[in-house]
Design a binder for this molecule. Structure first.
Ligand SMILES: [Fe+2]
Length: 268
């Protein structure tokens, strides 16, 4: 793994004939490096999934142009409206005049408050609606953990691709090109560290409920797992196993039941 001191865009990576990853890495001082990924679906209706870091606008656009003509881009699926996912939204809307943003009611409202995007270029998905794009059926999937309530993951029936948004992200010691370059222990530590930062309520979640969600996802049996914050993975069960073991114990070294500790401190 390569330690990084500034944001860096890596070369696009083929996932399937239709799907590519556009990976970048963000240094997190004191904690390591966080992958920040966009993804691209090619075909008759090309779709970009998330728009990366504003600090990497030029390199991300170059990566996109190397894959397709931005004028052909038809859709931009936003997982949620955090800065690391909409960092180049306005820039890409400018160079992709035929693209429409796919989000939901809450996502649209938050974009309005942030003053990003274009209200005339929105396709709002209803809860549970199956989105058909280029002959594919994209099923909305709520990830097991997330940090913004508008978060929309999906499952692409055709290529059995599961997009998990922020879930299954990992804080790592440095950047890599492929997930198999990450030692197993570093992957497990990174998954727990990231989830405890991004979704600290996991430590307070009912263990049975979390286990049921993780087992339900395993039953999807995706061939490819796309997380906004992890190199492309093939084995979802490895990731759910690590998360399930970490939080199944109720607490981990990285996570404390914060509310209980706060109340104890107040009453002490
Ligand atoms: Fe994120």
């Amino acid at each position: 793994m390569t330690p990084i001191t500034e944001p860096v865009q890596h070369a696009a990576e083929r996932v399937t004939d239709a799907w590519s990853a556009l990976p970048s890495w963000l240094p997190v001082p004191g904690l390591g490096a966080l992958p920040v990924n966009s993804f691209l679906l090619k075909g008759t209706e090309p779709m970009l999934v998330d728009t990366g870091l504003g600090a990497l606008a030029g390199p991300l656009v170059d990566s996109l142009r190397a894959e397709i003509d931005p004028e052909d881009l038809r859709w931009i699926w936003l997982s949620h409206t955090d800065a690391d996912h909409i960092g180049n939204l306005d820039r890409i809307l400018q160079i992709a005049p035929n693209a429409t943003v796919v989000t939901n009611f809450l996502g649209a409202g938050k974009m309005g408050m942030l003053g990003v995007g274009d209200p005339a270029r929105l396709r709002l998905l209803a809860p549970g609606e199956v989105f058909e794009v280029g002959g594919r059926r994209m099923h909305q999937v709520r990830p097991p953990y997330y940090d913004a309530p508008e978060t929309m993951g999906f499952f692409d029936e055709t290529d059995r691709v599961f997009f998990a948004a922020d879930a299954f992200g990992a804080l790592l010691p440095g950047s890599v090109d492929r997930i198999d370059e990450i030692p197993a222990g570093e992957l497990a530590d990174g998954l727990v560290a990231w989830s405890s930062v991004d979704a600290p309520w996991l430590a307070q979640m009912d263990r049975g409920a979390l286990g049921r969600i993780l087992r339900a996802l395993d039953a999807l049996g995706p061939a490819h797992v796309l997380s906004g914050h992890l190199p492309v993975a093939q084995r979802l069960d490895t990731l759910t196993g690590i998360v399930g073991r970490a939080y199944g114990r109720g607490t981990t070294e990285a996570v404390t039941p914060e509310t209980a500790a706060q109340v104890e401190a107040i009453l002490a």
